[in-house]
Design a protein around this ligand. Structure first.
Ligand code: SGN
Ligand code: CA
Length: 528
């Protein structure tokens, strides 16, 4: 069992059953029992900007994601799953380290380089005898450490004929559609490269469903006959919420018809036109022909009708929803390929399959796309897990969990002692159906990337099972308080209103406790 601790046995898929059959078993059965005792494998699939509203296992209004739904059906769905800092690089750093941004040092996408020398869960797993690999988006500026094998896309990556950075540092362009290619590489590693005698932890990290939502040509025609219902607060006027007023992530005002919605024509211009052309410029002639054949009639129709005001806002919303769903379709198909492979190879019984996103996303709620805010849609992130044999928990887990919890969960599963400086909490007891007493009753959040694209001001806050308190700071000083029971879409900031003094005091105390517990230095700048 190399140096994997005995503790891993406890969670090994069929260890108990195997042990029971050892006495009196044939040599063949004995060999089988030994094989079954391997520690659990981990397949950790993560997408980018995939929000729970667009997964049918969470929300049946828009998407049909049968393969993601398979994960939830054979395991659990977390209904109160959140991030610590709603942005790609920061989320990835939180997940790798099990620590909040101020501890892992990666607070924002624009100024940070991940210090790859710090401890991360792949490094601990590697030390414990696991084989580790990552394919896809990395987005942490420094190169990956702690992986036996990696191939990552530079920065955000390209949907079409993307570049990959390979381990010797070279960049290699590969023909195809990125979601398919990341899956191909992952399955190829499982099939041909890994050492089958060792447990493995494989990270399949997609660019999908990130802006600017370039669908595979095979899926361009999908969803064109669908008209999606607008969220009730699509025309939010942001009354009482100063930071919401000054953001630049409005579908109506900020979504670019050319770059985001593909309405490119020689006589039309936008600041993002050149970037759009560089993306479609990567396509080969067949891809480009399919692209143009699909989009040209829509482009002609759009400029002929030239919608304005609400008509334009709703036209943009419909195109955004369709493009996003097409990219989801590729993702779901490719998750299906991974599940099928694991099943075919008999690996599913002994593998934990985790599916999550780097954060949630706005699909027109408050009139927005993008993320960043501590409001529910982007603070939340989907989290479903297909459980191995021996973990019988099914259905919803409602406890509040956060992306700093994944690292300690993986460590506990592997039988590695959880280092005391990890700030997250292992989810394993929840997966085993236990209801731990003293589970956290409040979550901490801190967003830093400002001034920056989309102009969402810096803020930190606390959320418990009912209330959320947020402080926007830096070039603003505004508190917001929401009663999520009475106002689940966070339209009414009740901070400072009559009758809220005592709940405000309670929430400020919770915030103070969490800032102390997690040791966030911001508390010296804005003492509570
Ligand atoms: C890019 C996008 C933004 C997005 C950030 C962060 N612009 O800069 O819309 O908010 O990434 O996203 S784009 O013009 O390049 O598409 S993150 O998920 O990677 O954090
Ligand atoms: Ca993201």
């Amino acid at each position: 069992m190399t140096n994997i601790s005995r503790k891993a046995f406890i969670y090994s898929a069929v260890a108990a059953a195997a042990a029971a059959t050892i006495a009196g078993a044939s040599s063949c059965q004995k060999a089988k029992a030994k094989e079954d005792r391997k520690p659990l494998n981990i397949v950790y699939i993560m997408t980018d900007d995939h929000t729970a509203q667009m997964m049918s296992c969470y929300d049946k209004r828009f998407a049909d994601t049968p393969n993601l739904d398979r994960i939830a059906a054979d395991g659990v769905r977390f209904t109160n799953s959140f991030v610590a800092n709603s942005l790609s690089g920061p989320s990835r750093a939180c997940m790798l380290t099990g620590k909040h941004s101020h501890k892992n040092g990666f607070t924002d996408n624009t100024t940070c380089v991940f210090d790859g020398n710090q401890p991360t869960f792949p490094k601990y797993l590697q030390k414990a005898g696991y084989q580790t690999a990552i394919f896809g988006k990395w987005h942490l500026e420094s190169l990956p450490q702690g992986f036996d094998r990696w191939e990552i896309v530079p920065g955000q990556g390209d949907y079409y004929n993307p570049d990959f950075i390979v381990e010797n540092g070279d960049t290699v362009q590969v023909h195809g559609y990125l979601t398919d290619l990341i899956t191909d590489k992952s399955i190829d590693w499982l099939e041909n490269e890994r050492d089958a005698s060792k447990p493995f932890c494989l990270l399949i990290h997609h660019k999908a469903i990130h802006r600017n939502w370039l669908a595979d040509t095979a899926h361009l025609n999908l969803f064109e006959d669908r008209t999606f219902e607008l969220p009730d607060n699509f025309y939010d006027d942001y009354a009482g919420r100063e930071a919401a007023k000054t953001q630049e992530m409005s579908i109506f005002a900020d979504m670019d018809p050319i770059y985001d919605l593909k309405m490119n024509r020689p006589d039309k211009d936008s600041p993002l036109k050149a970037r759009y052309e560089s993306y479609v410029g990567r396509m080969d002639s067949a891809q480009r022909a399919a692209w143009d054949a699909f989009y040209n009639p829509i482009i002609e129709d759009f400029y002929a009708k030239d919608p304005k005001g609400r008509e334009l806002a709703e036209w943009k919303y419909q195109r955004y929803m369709r493009d996003y769903l097409k990219v989801v379709k590729s993702l779901d198909d490719n998750v299906g390929r991974v599940l099928d492979y694991l099943e075919e190879k008999g690996l599913l019984d002994n593998t934990l399959v985790v599916y999550t996103s780097d954060q949630g996303f706005y699909m027109g709620e408050h009139g927005w796309f993008d993320k960043r805010f501590m409001y529910e849609e982007s603070f939340h992130t989907p989290l479903i897990m297909r459980l191995p044999k021996g973990m019988e928990r099914r259905g919803d887990i409602t406890e509040m969990v956060q992306n700093i919890d994944y690292a300690p969960t993986f460590l506990e599963i592997a039988g590695v002692e959880i280092p005391s400086d990890i700030q997250g909490v292992s989810l394993l007891p929840l997966l085993k159906g236990e209801t731990p007493e003293n589970w956290r009753d409040a979550l901490y959040y801190h967003f830093y990337e400002y001034p920056a694209e989309h102009s969402v001001k810096r803020h930190y806050g606390v959320r418990d099972g009912r209330y959320k308190l947020i402080h926007f700071y830096n070039d603003i000083d505004q508190w917001e308080l929401y009663d999520l029971d009475a106002d689940p879409t966070e339209m009414h900031n009740i901070y400072g209103t009559e009758g809220t003094d005592s709940i405000t005091a309670v929430m400020k105390n919770k915030l103070k406790d969490l800032q102390e517990q997690y040791d966030d230095p911001i508390r010296t700048e804005y003492p509570l």
